[in-house]
Design a protein around this ligand. Structure first.
Ligand code: BES
Ligand code: MN
Ligand code: ZN
Length: 535
């Protein structure tokens, strides 16, 4: 999938003076499809004018250029003011006599843009998805998306958000497992790529700069999302801790990322007794991955992302039931989102310092595995009574959270498929957000709305900490069934006292089950937006 921009400085469908010439320019493009948005006002004006020239409007002018194709579509009921209605007009003989070169015009209804409720990004997302669906899987290979006609708000920032979201969705739609990662190619006859391959965002003088930047950012974000999806979808016999480490190192060859991968000996030397207690049961060695993007000033406090990288979670000695256990290959999706986000950030040359940290290992039962009742010492010095070996995510994360103190971070965000309880609480819609820092909460919530990769805040207050009391160690690793995702977050919070911190539980949002089984690439869009928008 390819994305680009094209600027027609004078094009403006809103200006009665420029309307005719603008349409001529747009319709004169050599493309399979020109995509235009229209509103209820445009539609009502057009319908009311009924074949007369009474009300010159954008649809009326278009109708004339297209030999009444719009009118015919309206007569048969293909055109409507209802939001996200799509109407595909195909070239007829009369088009070419008018100098029209586009092979199709796709008209997409924005709905009633006078209503504040219809001017939101989530409205736009419905409209954009409907349009993208028409483009996919047919004979359209390339299309021109005339951005200003979709602008639900004329603020340039909003247009940039719209464009990034369109690229996010188009990238999502174009994703196929087994085309990017060499390892993925071995497993399945190559999935057929989408026939739709190239989307051109057209704009005018008013949005040229924002458009270009937004396309670059969107493209970088999609690259990161695709990488995160591939890593999530790869089978656990391939996507091992070593594989994640090699992937991170591979990125450093392609971009400016500095990557360091620590092995067992170094992890032992750091005193990460909690992390190692999870890794112990597996024949596959653990890895500790550190990725640095130096885009800001030297010495500027970095934002640190920490991702849970359990490449397979059997539960350990507290073995999980067999049903759908294969899905526990996705227990490294936090790590995948960190690797994907770091890749995006380096591709877009973000002017900030960002560090990604990933503790990764496998949670297996064996003769060497940790037992329920074992007590281990974390890097922070706190001792942990492991009452359930299936609550392993927090055990690997707590040592990583202590490790990152050395970076004197501006903020730390950990991302983890941490608890089944979070799926019960929030389903597959929002990721769970836990933080006592109001600024981080507000920034992450906003970034979620801007990328439609949303979060919902859950509590994290002292009242829940009691559930983690242990008779034999400083803390227990489980707090019982009530508020399972809150007590998991409370456990982590004990290791984050030296910096501002937020925790994202992505257990319900990182992948889909059932027929559509597959990684979603979330929360890469959320994290990229958060990093882009952060001052
Ligand atoms: N990786 C799981 C969480 C999970 C479960 C994510 C199902 C998505 C779907 C995690 O390691 C885990 O097993 N958590 C336990 C914690 C419990 C033992 C306190 C859980 O949620 O059951
Ligand atoms: Mn587990
Ligand atoms: Zn797990």
């Amino acid at each position: 999938m390819q994305f680009s921009t094209k600027i027609f400085p004078q094009a403006d469908l809103q200006s009665p003076k420029l309307l005719k010439s603008s349409l001529k320019t747009l319709l004169g493009q050599n493309t399979d499809c020109l995509i235009l948005g229209y509103s209820k006002v445009d539609f009502d004006g057009f319908s009311a004018a009924k074949g007369t020239n009474a009300k010159a409007g954008f649809l009326r002018e278009l109708d004339q250029a297209l030999g009444e194709s719009v009118n015919h579509a309206n007569i048969v009921g293909d055109l409507d003011s209802k939001q996200a209605t799509v109407c595909l007009l195909r070239a007829e003989k009369s088009w070419s006599t008018n100098g029209v070169k586009v092979k199709r015009v796709l008209l997409v209804s924005l709905g009633d843009v006078h209503l504040a409720s219809d001017r939101s990004l989530s409205t736009y997302s419905k409209v954009a998805r409907a349009a993208l669906k028409v483009l996919s899987g047919g004979s359209i290979e390339a299309a021109v998306w005339y951005t200003p006609s979709f602008a639900l708000s004329h603020k340039a920032d909003f247009i940039a958000e719209e464009v990034r979201l369109t690229i996010q969705y188009a990238g999502d739609q174009a994703y196929r497992f087994g085309v990017r990662q060499p390892a993925a190619m071995k497993f399945k006859a190559k999935d057929k790529a989408d026939t739709f391959k190239h989307l051109v965002f057209a704009g005018n003088e008013g949005c040229a700069k924002e458009l270009k930047a937004a396309v670059d950012q969107g493209v970088a974000m999609v690259e990161g999302m695709h990488l995160a999806k591939d890593l999530g979808n790869l089978p656990p016999n391939i996507c091992t801790p070593t594989y994640l480490g090699k992937t991170a190192q591979g990125l450093s060859k392609k971009t400016g990322l500095k990557v360091e991968v620590l092995g067992l000996k170094q992890i032992e030397a750091l005193g990460m007794g909690s992390f190692l207690s999870v890794a112990k049961g597996s024949a596959t060695p653990p890895q500790f991955i550190v990725m640095c993007h130096q885009g800001g000033k030297v010495g500027e406090a970095p934002i640190v992302l920490v991702g849970k990288g359990i490449t397979f979670d059997t539960g350990g000695i507290s073995l999980k039931p067999g049903e759908a256990m294969d899905e526990m290959k996705y227990d490294m999706c936090g790590a995948a989102s960190v690797i994907g986000t770091m890749y995006s950030v380096s591709l877009m040359k973000l002017k900030k310092n960002v560090i990604g940290v990933i503790p990764t290992c496998e949670n297996m039962p064996s003769g060497q595995a940790t037992r329920p009742g074992d007590i281990v010492k974390s890097m922070s010095g706190q001792t942990i009574e492991i009452l359930n070996t299936d609550a392993e995510g927090r055990l690997i994360l707590c040592d990583a959270l202590t490790y990152v103190e050395r970076f004197k971070p501006a903020a730390v965000i950990d991302i983890a498929t941490l608890t089944g309880a979070c799926v019960i609480a929030l389903g597959h819609v929002h990721s769970g957000l836990f933080s006592e820092d109001e600024t981080l909460v507000s920034e992450l919530t906003k970034a979620g709305h801007a990328s439609l990769d949303t979060v919902w805040r859950l509590p994290l207050d002292a009242a829940y900490h009691d559930q983690l009391k242990s008779n034999f160690a400083d803390v227990a690793n489980i707090g019982g069934r009530p508020a399972g995702s809150v007590t998991a977050a409370c456990f982590l919070s004990r290791f984050t006292e030296k910096y501002k911190w937020a925790h994202l539980d992505i257990a319900g949002t990182a992948w889909k089950s059932g027929a559509a089984k597959g990684s979603t690439g979330r929360p890469v869009p959320l994290l990229v937006n958060f990093l882009l928008e952060r001052k």
